[in-house]
Design a protein around this ligand. Structure first.
Ligand code: SF4
Ligand code: SF4
Length: 189
């Protein structure tokens, strides 16, 4: 249904999402595994079932359960194709246990990264808002490519940061700032 170029960009999106999920899982699963009030909601899962874009990302390989949505015994059964909010929501319990503000900033950037990739790609709106496969064909591929490139650069920084005991450099913070909501303020010092 998608043109080959869009298909290639979907492959890149999927790959970035799986890498984001690996990092996020390492940071959050110690908390989520013992969480008394898990935050997954079937209404959110439903977005992954109904959004043509998210369906194209996960290719409908996982079955949607009418009671549990995509939530399985050990967590979400979707690898890629989750609604961006599933990555973006990081609860206060997790944020408050981060070592410092920079760590919190890095984690929030990681959470925002997937949502950033689809912003303003379809009719100046987010790709998850597209209503049909035909809408997806009208995506702005130049914007999508640029977002994937910035997202990949930001994710490389975050992978390096989370795998070592170091601080972010100012230039790295500027790259990460591009994917945060407007108005972020963080200095390397
Ligand atoms: S993100 Fe927070 S509220 Fe949601 S499952 Fe994990 S620990 Fe629980
Ligand atoms: S993470 Fe998965 S199971 Fe949880 S709300 Fe999102 S799609 Fe549903």
């Amino acid at each position: 249904m998608n043109g080959p170029e869009f298909g290639n960009l979907l492959v890149a999106y999927r790959s970035l999402e799986l890498r984001v999920e690996a990092l996020m899982s390492a940071a959050c699963s110690p908390f989520c595994k013992v969480c008394p009030t898990p935050c997954c909601r079937i209404a959110i899962c439903r977005e992954a079932l109904e959004s043509p874009f998210l369906l194209a990302v996960h290719e409908s390989e996982k079955s949607f359960d009418s009671k549990q949505g995509y939530l399985g015994a050990t967590g979400c059964t979707l690898g890629a194709g989750r609604p961006p909010v599933c990555h973006a929501f990081i609860c206060g319990r997790i944020l408050s246990r981060q070592a410092d503000d920079q760590r919190r900033f890095a984690l929030e950037c990681l959470g925002d990264l997937i949502g950033y990739l689809g912003k303003q790609v379809w009719m100046k709106r987010h790709l998850v808002e597209a209503l049909s496969d035909g809408d997806l064909l009208n995506s702005n591929l130049t914007t999508f490519k640029a977002r994937l490139a910035t997202g990949a650069e930001a994710l490389g920084i975050l992978e390096s940061y989370f795998s070592s005991d170091r601080h972010l450099e100012q230039e790295e913070i500027m790259v990460l700032g591009a994917i945060r909501k407007p108005g972020f303020v963080l200095s390397a010092t």
